[in-house]
Design a protein around this ligand. Structure first.
Ligand code: NDP
Length: 435
């Protein structure tokens, strides 16, 4: 806390990981002597820069941009770019720190990074977004590269924004390389990247249930968010026989007791992404449904819950409500959606609880596969990639079991993910000496 004053999200993320790592390294002298945990918790560098752009009315606007390069012990820095007014250096440092463990867990050679800006894309015209992306890349391009740092999308950054940034990178450098992932299929993108995070979170959930001889058929699911991760998680739940009851956005949540079917999910996707609409409009489209303004959906009784919106959207009280309502499993599509108190409730209740760094790693995993395809200048088929995603999620699940299985059959997935991710990065750092 003293080293990072005011950076609450970052301190929270480090604290959560350190709780598990202290136990694991207690008898491992090398990790202590080499100060590995301290070194992982200090980003390699934080680049902060001014992003200046002109709005449609001709006003000059100034935003701040960042790229946090946390650790490249096992591969080039890799992690998304977020455009949202809530972005601060603390938020990006926490995300880059988490990303380091997540990327290690995938088994692919990727280090951890994250970037973004406090720019608010809401209400901006397409031209304004393009100008902002170009200006952002005009500084960022000197810090990234296909073998150096490979950013991707995140909140507020989808295929359109990646396109504008890739175009600008190409214009400045004259190079067509795999410097960004989440690209369009015509210009180096990978099939199933869009679906991968949400699908992966549900595959992970299915793996947890299967380990207890259960499946998703007939299970009710409460999902938050209505963006990329939430809608694809909903889609996979429906495909595997479950029933989705809720979706949300920053305005509140909708509850559909009949279940949000594929056709309804398609409407949400079109409404939120293409029409840039609000989730509350769902109740005008589908009868016998309700919109609850300003609230998160955790009070709706369910078998499984998937927080897929943003950090700290599920509190200790929410966690208690979910447990009291009989929820058996939680799979985090978002990054750190459950606050520390909530994590403690889930772990104490011993329900199946998959932290984001394990459950939502499918997105970055397919990004890693996009990098491989770009390097080899080829593309794999949808079937091959679907299979690879499923295998990677099963692999992450198995790595979590290795370090997370507790006496009595309970699996502490948080501990398993933290230790497995840490060990891989730490062992690489040991090999490099003091650098
Ligand atoms: P999108 O921008 O597509 O969607 C974000 C959703 O969350 C929207 O419904 C948005 O509502 C809601 N939301 C955002 N901020 C808040 C807030 N402060 N309070 C309430 N709701 C909020 O982003 P993604 O779906 O891509 O990302 C969601 C989460 O998943 C993030 O935590 C991200 O880091 C994580 N993630 C994403 C990956 C990916 O591949 N996309 C990979 C791994 C993790 P509104 O429309 O009102 O803003």
């Amino acid at each position: 806390k003293k080293r990072n004053p005011g950076q609450n999200e970052f301190v929270q993320a480090v604290q959560e990981v350190a709780e598990d790592i202290f136990d694991f390294i207690a008898d491992k002298e090398d990790y202590h002597a080499q100060q590995i945990l301290r070194r992982i918790a200090e980003p390699d560098r934080v680049v902060s820069f001014r992003v200046c752009w002109e709005d449609d009315a001709g006003n000059i606007r100034v935003q701040r941009g960042w790229r946090v390069q946390n650790n490249n012990a096992i591969g080039p820095y890799k992690g998304g770019i977020r455009f949202h007014p809530s972005v601060t250096e603390s938020v990006l440092k926490f995300l880059a720190f988490e990303q380091t463990f997540k990327n290690a867990l995938t088994g692919l050679p990727m280090g951890g990074g994250k970037g973004g800006s406090n720019f608010n894309p809401k209400g901006k015209s397409v031209r304004e977004i393009m100008r902002f992306c170009q200006s952002f890349m005009t500084e960022l391009y000197r810090h990234i590269g296909a073998d150096v740092d490979v950013p991707a999308g995140d909140i507020g950054v989808g295929g359109r924004e990646i396109g504008y940034m890739f175009g600008q990178y190409k214009r400045i450098t004259g190079e067509f390389t795999g410097v960004l992932t989440g690209k369009g299929l015509e210009w180096g993108g990978s099939l199933i990247r869009t679906e991968a995070t949400g699908y992966g979170a549900v595959y992970f959930l299915a793996n947890m249930l299967a380990a207890k001889d259960r499946d998703l058929v007939g299970k009710t699911a409460v999902i938050s968010g209505s963006g990329n991760v939430a809608t694809h998680a909903a889609e996979k739940i429906v495909q595997l026989g479950g029933k989705v009851l809720t979706l949300s956005d920053s305005g509140g949540f909708i509850h559909d007791p009949d279940g949000i079917t594929q056709q309804k999910i398609d409407w949400v996707k079109a409404h939120k992404t293409h029409r840039r609409g609000r989730i509350e409009d769902y109740v005008g489209e589908y009868k016998a449904t309700t919109f609850v303004p300003g609230k998160t959906p955790w009070g709706v009784a369910c078998d499984v819950a998937l927080p897929c919106a943003t950090q700290n959207e599920l509190t200790g009280e929410d966690a208690k409500t979910l447990v009291a309502n009989g929820c058996i499993a939680v799979s985090e599509g978002a990054n750190m959606p459950t606050d520390l108190a909530g994590v403690h409730v889930f772990r104490a209740a011993k329900l199946m609880y998959a932290p984001g760094k394990a459950a939502n790693a499918g997105g970055v995993a397919v990004s890693g596969l996009e990098m491989s395809q770009n390097s080899a200048r080829r593309s794999w088929s949808e079937g091959e990639l679907q299979q690879m995603l499923q295998d990677i999620m099963s692999g992450i699940h198995a790595r979590c079991l290795t370090h997370g299985e507790q006496p009595g059959g309970y699996v502490d997935y948080v501990k398993g993910a933290n230790i497995a991710g840490f060990k891989k990065v730490a062992d690489a750092m040991l090999a490099f000496g003091v650098v």
